[in-house]
Design a binder for this molecule. Sequence first.
Ligand SMILES: [Zn+2]
Length: 286
Amino acid sequence: MREVLNRSKGMIVDHLKRRIQNEPITAIVVVEGDQTKEIIAYRPSIDDQPEYVLEQRLKPYADKRHNLLYSIEPNVESEAFLRKFDNIYHILPHPLLFRRDSIKPSTQIYSTDEEKAIIEDTYWGSKDEQDERYMKEAIMQAQVQSGDAKPKVGAIIVKNDSIIARANRTVIKRSRYSTRTLHAERYAILQAQENREDLTGATLYSTLEPCLGLGNNIESCSDLTCSSGISRVVFGVQDNFNFQGRAVEYLRNNQIACQKISSPELEEVLMKLKGKHNYLPKGVFA
Ligand SMILES: [Zn+2]
């Protein structure tokens, strides 16, 4: 069994290396006895109803209790179906989900750092040079944010290869006693809208994963992005404490391609800008 799993894992890694157009892919290998039956690859951010397609393709295998080698932890939508399988050997925990009640994989079998990096990067990393160039512009916005408060966040919006809005996280004084904080992403979108820019098909670059679900019926940056016409989001670092990649999943579920920049060169400065931002201060979100 170990041998067939290793062989199948090799297939997944090869498959992921050949990903198309910088789009994230996940892959599943169906294993029967010592045979590799099929490799199923899909693109969670752009395939139409990927979970449904996945279910259809796995259906023929469900009755006979095959094993599955999964490149990432399954989504909520596919999970009930996947429970029909004997064993799930997944090789990488889902980079976006931290659910306590999710399927416990039989084992995690990635073995080398290189394999792990390929799988992680393929799922959501962007190594595109243009993305990197624009992320540097967003970083410059974050760096000129006034005050010392963290996180420092910069955002820009790009359409047809030109920057149509730039912003950083900005505190606006409303009265002597109250201030409101405009998130960089929100501020950039509002500016573009104010200038009557058509955001259809535009890309939002943000140094931090956009916010999601702030409560109290406050529209989050992710919600605003979804209603703006923006079709792609590239962000710098994950918001570990507050949103933990949930915004990424939310955006993808709303047909917005979403990727994290994959650049060791930028990682350090992006982490520094984020700082120890580990709480949601009450009442400061615009
Ligand atoms: Zn926000």
